[in-house]
Design a binder for this molecule. Sequence first.
Ligand code: AHG
Ligand code: MN
Ligand code: MN
Length: 364
Amino acid sequence: MPLTQHRTTLTQFLIEERRRYPHASGDFNTLILNVALACKSIARAVAFGALGGVLGDAGGKHAAAAINVQGETQKELDVLSNEAFLRITEWGGQLAGMASEEMAEPYQIPARFPKGKYLLVFDPLDGSSNIDVNVSVGSIFSVLRAPDGVQVASEEDFLQPGTQQLAAGYAIYGPATMLVLTVGNGVNGFTLDPNLGEFMLTHPDMQIPPDTSEFAINSSNSRFWEAPVKRYVDECTAGKSGERGKDFNMRWIASMVAEAHRILMRGGVFLYPRDSKDPAKAGRLRLLYEANPIGFIMEQAGGRASTGRQAVTAVQPEALHQRIGLIFGSRNEVDRIERYHHTPPPEELTNPLFKERSLFRLPN
Ligand code: AHG
Ligand code: MN
Ligand code: MN
Protein backbone atom coordinates (compact mmCIF):
# COMPACT_ATOMS: atom_id res chain seq x y z
CA MET A 1 0.00 0.00 0.00
CA PRO A 2 1.38 3.45 -0.85
CA LEU A 3 2.34 5.56 2.18
CA THR A 4 0.15 8.42 1.02
CA GLN A 5 -2.50 8.64 -1.62
CA HIS A 6 -0.87 10.67 -4.38
CA ARG A 7 -2.38 14.09 -4.63
CA THR A 8 -1.11 17.24 -6.29
CA THR A 9 0.54 19.49 -3.72
CA LEU A 10 0.23 23.28 -3.89
CA THR A 11 3.91 23.39 -4.96
CA GLN A 12 3.34 20.97 -7.83
CA PHE A 13 0.19 22.85 -8.87
CA LEU A 14 2.05 26.18 -9.01
CA ILE A 15 5.01 24.72 -10.93
CA GLU A 16 2.66 23.17 -13.47
CA GLU A 17 0.75 26.45 -13.82
CA ARG A 18 4.04 28.27 -14.34
CA ARG A 19 4.92 26.04 -17.30
CA ARG A 20 2.23 27.95 -19.20
CA TYR A 21 4.51 31.02 -18.91
CA PRO A 22 7.97 29.91 -20.06
CA HIS A 23 9.52 33.29 -19.18
CA ALA A 24 8.20 33.41 -15.61
CA SER A 25 10.93 33.89 -13.03
CA GLY A 26 9.40 31.80 -10.27
CA ASP A 27 8.97 34.90 -8.07
CA PHE A 28 5.21 34.63 -8.18
CA ASN A 29 5.29 31.01 -7.01
CA THR A 30 7.68 31.84 -4.19
CA LEU A 31 5.33 34.60 -3.05
CA ILE A 32 2.25 32.35 -3.07
CA LEU A 33 4.12 29.58 -1.23
CA ASN A 34 5.24 32.08 1.41
CA VAL A 35 1.67 33.33 1.80
CA ALA A 36 0.60 29.69 2.18
CA LEU A 37 3.25 29.25 4.88
CA ALA A 38 1.95 32.32 6.72
CA CYS A 39 -1.53 30.79 6.58
CA LYS A 40 -0.22 27.48 7.96
CA SER A 41 1.39 29.27 10.87
CA ILE A 42 -1.86 31.14 11.60
CA ALA A 43 -3.78 27.85 11.33
CA ARG A 44 -1.57 26.38 14.07
CA ALA A 45 -2.01 29.39 16.34
CA VAL A 46 -5.79 29.30 15.87
CA ALA A 47 -5.94 25.53 16.44
CA PHE A 48 -4.35 25.78 19.89
CA GLY A 49 -7.30 27.90 21.05
CA ALA A 50 -7.17 28.90 24.68
CA LEU A 51 -4.11 26.65 25.23
CA GLY A 52 -2.02 28.98 23.06
CA GLY A 53 -2.64 31.92 25.38
CA VAL A 54 -3.35 34.20 22.42
CA LEU A 55 -7.12 34.65 22.57
CA GLY A 56 -8.70 37.94 23.60
CA ASP A 57 -7.93 41.56 22.80
CA ALA A 58 -4.49 42.78 21.80
CA GLY A 59 -2.62 44.50 24.59
CA GLY A 60 -3.71 41.89 27.12
CA LYS A 61 -5.58 42.38 30.37
CA HIS A 62 -3.32 45.10 31.72
CA ALA A 63 -2.97 47.44 28.74
CA ALA A 64 -5.49 49.63 26.96
CA ALA A 65 -7.14 47.75 24.10
CA ALA A 66 -5.42 48.31 20.76
CA ILE A 67 -7.60 49.97 18.12
CA ASN A 68 -6.82 49.60 14.41
CA VAL A 69 -7.30 52.16 11.63
CA GLN A 70 -10.86 50.87 11.19
CA GLY A 71 -11.69 51.97 14.73
CA GLU A 72 -12.07 48.32 15.72
CA THR A 73 -10.56 46.62 18.74
CA GLN A 74 -7.70 44.41 17.61
CA LYS A 75 -7.56 40.86 18.85
CA GLU A 76 -4.20 39.46 19.88
CA LEU A 77 -4.51 37.05 16.95
CA ASP A 78 -5.20 39.92 14.50
CA VAL A 79 -1.82 41.37 15.43
CA LEU A 80 0.03 38.03 15.40
CA SER A 81 -1.48 37.04 12.04
CA ASN A 82 -0.47 40.39 10.56
CA GLU A 83 3.09 39.80 11.82
CA ALA A 84 3.10 36.31 10.28
CA PHE A 85 2.22 37.73 6.84
CA LEU A 86 4.90 40.44 7.11
CA ARG A 87 7.78 38.30 8.42
CA ILE A 88 7.17 35.31 6.14
CA THR A 89 6.89 37.32 2.90
CA GLU A 90 9.03 40.49 3.30
CA TRP A 91 12.49 38.92 2.82
CA GLY A 92 11.96 37.11 -0.51
CA GLY A 93 12.57 39.94 -2.99
CA GLN A 94 9.17 39.59 -4.71
CA LEU A 95 7.43 42.60 -3.14
CA ALA A 96 7.43 46.36 -3.56
CA GLY A 97 5.08 46.78 -0.60
CA MET A 98 2.21 45.37 1.42
CA ALA A 99 -1.04 46.72 2.81
CA SER A 100 -3.23 45.19 5.50
CA GLU A 101 -6.43 45.78 7.42
CA GLU A 102 -4.32 46.07 10.55
CA MET A 103 -1.90 48.77 9.32
CA ALA A 104 -2.96 52.37 8.67
CA GLU A 105 -0.23 52.94 6.05
CA PRO A 106 1.33 50.67 3.43
CA TYR A 107 4.19 48.58 4.80
CA GLN A 108 7.62 49.39 3.37
CA ILE A 109 9.89 46.43 2.68
CA PRO A 110 12.94 46.95 4.96
CA ALA A 111 16.01 48.35 3.17
CA ARG A 112 18.05 45.20 3.85
CA PHE A 113 15.78 43.09 1.61
CA PRO A 114 15.60 43.11 -2.20
CA LYS A 115 12.44 44.54 -3.76
CA GLY A 116 10.22 42.94 -6.38
CA LYS A 117 7.38 43.65 -8.77
CA TYR A 118 4.37 42.57 -6.74
CA LEU A 119 2.12 44.14 -4.13
CA LEU A 120 0.49 42.01 -1.45
CA VAL A 121 -2.75 43.14 0.20
CA PHE A 122 -4.40 41.15 3.00
CA ASP A 123 -6.89 40.79 5.79
CA PRO A 124 -4.74 38.69 8.12
CA LEU A 125 -7.65 37.37 10.18
CA ASP A 126 -11.19 37.71 8.91
CA GLY A 127 -14.07 37.14 11.30
CA SER A 128 -11.81 37.66 14.27
CA SER A 129 -14.74 38.61 16.51
CA ASN A 130 -15.46 34.85 16.31
CA ILE A 131 -12.06 33.73 17.46
CA ASP A 132 -12.87 33.49 21.17
CA VAL A 133 -15.95 31.36 20.46
CA ASN A 134 -14.21 28.75 18.29
CA VAL A 135 -16.01 29.52 15.04
CA SER A 136 -14.24 29.31 11.66
CA VAL A 137 -12.09 32.32 10.74
CA GLY A 138 -9.73 32.89 7.83
CA SER A 139 -7.16 35.03 6.02
CA ILE A 140 -7.77 36.81 2.69
CA PHE A 141 -5.12 38.00 0.25
CA SER A 142 -4.74 39.66 -3.13
CA VAL A 143 -1.69 40.07 -5.37
CA LEU A 144 -1.32 43.10 -7.65
CA ARG A 145 1.49 44.17 -9.94
CA ALA A 146 3.41 47.23 -8.71
CA PRO A 147 3.19 50.06 -11.27
CA ASP A 148 6.22 50.14 -13.59
CA GLY A 149 9.38 51.40 -11.95
CA VAL A 150 7.88 51.44 -8.42
CA GLN A 151 10.28 49.89 -5.89
CA VAL A 152 8.79 51.43 -2.77
CA ALA A 153 5.02 51.43 -3.01
CA SER A 154 2.90 54.29 -1.71
CA GLU A 155 -0.87 54.31 -1.10
CA GLU A 156 -1.75 55.33 -4.71
CA ASP A 157 0.11 52.33 -6.09
CA PHE A 158 -2.37 50.03 -4.34
CA LEU A 159 -5.46 51.83 -5.68
CA GLN A 160 -6.04 49.45 -8.58
CA PRO A 161 -9.44 48.01 -9.53
CA GLY A 162 -9.99 44.33 -8.74
CA THR A 163 -9.79 43.45 -12.43
CA GLN A 164 -6.03 44.06 -12.11
CA GLN A 165 -5.52 41.30 -9.54
CA LEU A 166 -3.03 38.63 -10.57
CA ALA A 167 -4.04 36.23 -7.84
CA ALA A 168 -6.39 36.11 -4.89
CA GLY A 169 -7.19 33.60 -2.24
CA TYR A 170 -8.23 32.83 1.25
CA ALA A 171 -7.36 30.32 3.90
CA ILE A 172 -10.15 29.04 6.12
CA TYR A 173 -9.32 27.79 9.60
CA GLY A 174 -12.25 25.47 10.24
CA PRO A 175 -12.52 21.79 11.15
CA ALA A 176 -10.04 21.40 8.28
CA THR A 177 -7.68 24.14 7.11
CA MET A 178 -8.10 24.93 3.43
CA LEU A 179 -6.48 27.30 0.96
CA VAL A 180 -8.65 28.44 -1.93
CA LEU A 181 -6.74 30.12 -4.72
CA THR A 182 -7.21 31.73 -8.10
CA VAL A 183 -4.36 32.76 -10.36
CA GLY A 184 -6.87 33.87 -13.01
CA ASN A 185 -7.42 30.38 -14.40
CA GLY A 186 -10.34 29.04 -12.36
CA VAL A 187 -10.49 28.37 -8.63
CA ASN A 188 -8.78 25.49 -6.87
CA GLY A 189 -9.13 24.34 -3.29
CA PHE A 190 -6.34 22.71 -1.25
CA THR A 191 -6.75 20.97 2.09
CA LEU A 192 -3.93 21.06 4.62
CA ASP A 193 -2.60 17.58 5.36
CA PRO A 194 -1.64 18.10 9.01
CA ASN A 195 0.81 15.18 8.92
CA LEU A 196 2.82 16.47 5.98
CA GLY A 197 2.16 20.19 6.53
CA GLU A 198 1.32 20.42 2.82
CA PHE A 199 -1.69 21.85 1.07
CA MET A 200 -3.13 19.10 -1.19
CA LEU A 201 -5.37 19.76 -4.18
CA THR A 202 -8.72 18.34 -3.08
CA HIS A 203 -11.18 20.65 -4.87
CA PRO A 204 -10.06 21.25 -8.47
CA ASP A 205 -11.95 23.74 -10.62
CA MET A 206 -14.53 24.86 -8.05
CA GLN A 207 -17.81 26.07 -9.58
CA ILE A 208 -20.64 27.94 -7.89
CA PRO A 209 -24.13 26.71 -8.81
CA PRO A 210 -25.88 29.58 -10.64
CA ASP A 211 -29.09 29.22 -8.60
CA THR A 212 -29.66 28.88 -4.89
CA SER A 213 -32.24 28.99 -2.15
CA GLU A 214 -29.85 30.11 0.60
CA PHE A 215 -29.01 33.70 1.51
CA ALA A 216 -26.83 35.31 4.18
CA ILE A 217 -27.36 38.79 5.61
CA ASN A 218 -27.17 40.44 9.02
CA SER A 219 -30.90 41.13 9.47
CA SER A 220 -30.32 43.27 12.54
CA ASN A 221 -29.43 46.02 10.05
CA SER A 222 -32.73 45.73 8.17
CA ARG A 223 -33.96 49.15 9.24
CA PHE A 224 -30.94 50.71 7.50
CA TRP A 225 -31.26 48.78 4.22
CA GLU A 226 -31.99 50.37 0.88
CA ALA A 227 -35.28 49.48 -0.87
CA PRO A 228 -33.81 46.95 -3.38
CA VAL A 229 -32.23 44.92 -0.55
CA LYS A 230 -35.43 45.04 1.52
CA ARG A 231 -37.36 43.85 -1.51
CA TYR A 232 -34.96 40.97 -2.17
CA VAL A 233 -34.97 39.73 1.44
CA ASP A 234 -38.75 40.14 1.76
CA GLU A 235 -39.24 38.02 -1.34
CA CYS A 236 -36.89 35.33 0.00
CA THR A 237 -38.57 35.19 3.39
CA ALA A 238 -42.03 35.11 1.79
CA GLY A 239 -40.98 31.67 0.55
CA LYS A 240 -43.29 29.42 -1.48
CA SER A 241 -46.28 31.69 -1.09
CA GLY A 242 -44.42 34.78 -2.35
CA GLU A 243 -42.96 36.17 -5.55
CA ARG A 244 -40.13 33.60 -5.72
CA GLY A 245 -42.39 30.57 -5.33
CA LYS A 246 -39.86 28.64 -3.24
CA ASP A 247 -38.67 28.52 0.35
CA PHE A 248 -35.27 30.00 1.26
CA ASN A 249 -32.90 29.19 4.07
CA MET A 250 -30.82 31.81 5.87
CA ARG A 251 -27.30 31.67 7.36
CA TRP A 252 -25.13 34.25 9.14
CA ILE A 253 -21.73 33.23 10.49
CA ALA A 254 -20.29 36.78 10.79
CA SER A 255 -17.10 35.45 9.24
CA MET A 256 -17.08 36.35 5.55
CA VAL A 257 -14.47 33.77 4.61
CA ALA A 258 -16.67 31.03 6.04
CA GLU A 259 -19.72 32.36 4.15
CA ALA A 260 -17.70 32.62 0.91
CA HIS A 261 -16.48 29.07 1.36
CA ARG A 262 -19.98 27.68 1.93
CA ILE A 263 -21.19 29.55 -1.16
CA LEU A 264 -18.32 28.18 -3.27
CA MET A 265 -19.15 24.66 -2.13
CA ARG A 266 -22.93 24.64 -2.53
CA GLY A 267 -24.12 28.01 -3.83
CA GLY A 268 -25.83 30.83 -2.02
CA VAL A 269 -25.76 34.58 -1.87
CA PHE A 270 -24.09 36.86 0.70
CA LEU A 271 -25.08 40.46 1.24
CA TYR A 272 -23.36 43.15 3.28
CA PRO A 273 -24.93 45.96 1.31
CA ARG A 274 -24.45 49.69 1.46
CA ASP A 275 -26.88 50.98 4.08
CA SER A 276 -27.70 54.12 6.03
CA LYS A 277 -26.32 52.93 9.40
CA ASP A 278 -23.32 55.24 9.33
CA PRO A 279 -23.39 57.79 6.50
CA ALA A 280 -19.59 58.07 6.72
CA LYS A 281 -19.22 54.41 5.68
CA ALA A 282 -20.25 53.10 2.27
CA GLY A 283 -20.53 49.56 3.63
CA ARG A 284 -19.05 47.26 6.26
CA LEU A 285 -16.43 45.40 4.24
CA ARG A 286 -13.22 46.77 2.80
CA LEU A 287 -12.71 46.97 -0.96
CA LEU A 288 -9.03 46.14 -1.40
CA TYR A 289 -8.50 43.19 0.91
CA GLU A 290 -11.99 41.74 1.41
CA ALA A 291 -14.34 42.59 -1.49
CA ASN A 292 -11.86 42.42 -4.39
CA PRO A 293 -10.17 39.10 -3.62
CA ILE A 294 -13.48 37.42 -2.81
CA GLY A 295 -14.96 39.04 -5.94
CA PHE A 296 -12.15 37.68 -8.14
CA ILE A 297 -12.65 34.18 -6.69
CA MET A 298 -16.42 34.34 -7.21
CA GLU A 299 -16.01 35.43 -10.85
CA GLN A 300 -13.42 32.76 -11.51
CA ALA A 301 -15.80 30.13 -10.10
CA GLY A 302 -18.69 31.20 -12.33
CA GLY A 303 -20.36 33.35 -9.67
CA ARG A 304 -20.52 37.12 -9.33
CA ALA A 305 -19.70 39.91 -6.87
CA SER A 306 -21.38 43.29 -7.04
CA THR A 307 -21.78 46.53 -5.14
CA GLY A 308 -25.46 46.22 -6.07
CA ARG A 309 -24.85 48.61 -8.92
CA GLN A 310 -21.81 47.20 -10.72
CA ALA A 311 -19.20 44.45 -10.50
CA VAL A 312 -17.13 45.13 -7.40
CA THR A 313 -13.91 44.37 -9.27
CA ALA A 314 -14.66 47.26 -11.68
CA VAL A 315 -14.65 49.89 -8.92
CA GLN A 316 -11.73 52.33 -9.00
CA PRO A 317 -10.49 52.44 -5.37
CA GLU A 318 -10.03 55.83 -3.79
CA ALA A 319 -8.45 54.91 -0.47
CA LEU A 320 -6.54 51.99 1.02
CA HIS A 321 -9.16 51.20 3.66
CA GLN A 322 -12.22 52.17 1.61
CA ARG A 323 -15.42 50.32 2.52
CA ILE A 324 -18.00 49.17 0.03
CA GLY A 325 -21.37 47.42 -0.23
CA LEU A 326 -20.80 43.79 -1.22
CA ILE A 327 -23.13 41.15 -2.64
CA PHE A 328 -21.68 37.92 -3.97
CA GLY A 329 -22.42 34.32 -4.83
CA SER A 330 -24.69 32.43 -7.23
CA ARG A 331 -24.80 34.32 -10.52
CA ASN A 332 -28.55 34.48 -11.07
CA GLU A 333 -29.23 35.81 -7.56
CA VAL A 334 -26.57 38.53 -7.82
CA ASP A 335 -27.98 39.48 -11.25
CA ARG A 336 -31.44 39.71 -9.73
CA ILE A 337 -30.29 41.91 -6.83
CA GLU A 338 -28.47 44.20 -9.28
CA ARG A 339 -31.64 44.38 -11.38
CA TYR A 340 -33.58 45.48 -8.29
CA HIS A 341 -31.03 48.27 -7.77
CA HIS A 342 -31.55 49.44 -11.33
CA THR A 343 -35.35 49.31 -11.44
CA PRO A 344 -37.74 51.44 -9.39
CA PRO A 345 -38.92 49.58 -6.26
CA PRO A 346 -42.48 48.26 -6.18
CA GLU A 347 -45.07 50.74 -4.96
CA GLU A 348 -45.46 49.32 -1.42
CA LEU A 349 -41.78 49.82 -0.46
CA THR A 350 -41.89 53.54 -1.26
CA ASN A 351 -45.46 54.21 -0.18
CA PRO A 352 -45.30 56.47 2.92
CA LEU A 353 -48.26 54.59 4.41
CA PHE A 354 -45.94 51.63 5.02
CA LYS A 355 -42.88 53.55 6.27
CA GLU A 356 -41.40 53.55 9.83
CA ARG A 357 -44.04 55.77 11.51
CA SER A 358 -46.83 54.89 9.15
CA LEU A 359 -50.44 54.13 9.63
CA PHE A 360 -49.92 50.45 8.89
CA ARG A 361 -46.78 49.84 10.91
CA LEU A 362 -47.21 46.81 13.12
CA PRO A 363 -47.09 47.49 16.89
CA ASN A 364 -43.80 46.55 18.62
P1 AHG B 1 -12.84 41.43 10.33
O1 AHG B 1 -12.89 40.41 11.42
O2 AHG B 1 -11.67 41.21 9.39
O3 AHG B 1 -12.94 42.85 10.81
O4 AHG B 1 -14.11 41.20 9.35
C1 AHG B 1 -15.35 40.89 9.89
C2 AHG B 1 -16.40 41.09 8.83
C3 AHG B 1 -16.77 39.84 8.06
O5 AHG B 1 -15.98 38.73 8.24
C4 AHG B 1 -18.17 39.55 8.50
O6 AHG B 1 -18.95 39.12 7.45
C5 AHG B 1 -18.66 40.84 9.07
O7 AHG B 1 -17.55 41.57 9.45
C6 AHG B 1 -19.55 40.61 10.27
O8 AHG B 1 -20.29 41.72 10.49
P2 AHG B 1 -21.38 41.81 11.67
O9 AHG B 1 -20.59 42.05 12.92
O10 AHG B 1 -22.24 42.98 11.28
O11 AHG B 1 -22.17 40.53 11.72
MN1 MN C 1 -12.31 40.87 7.49
MN1 MN D 1 -9.53 41.08 9.87
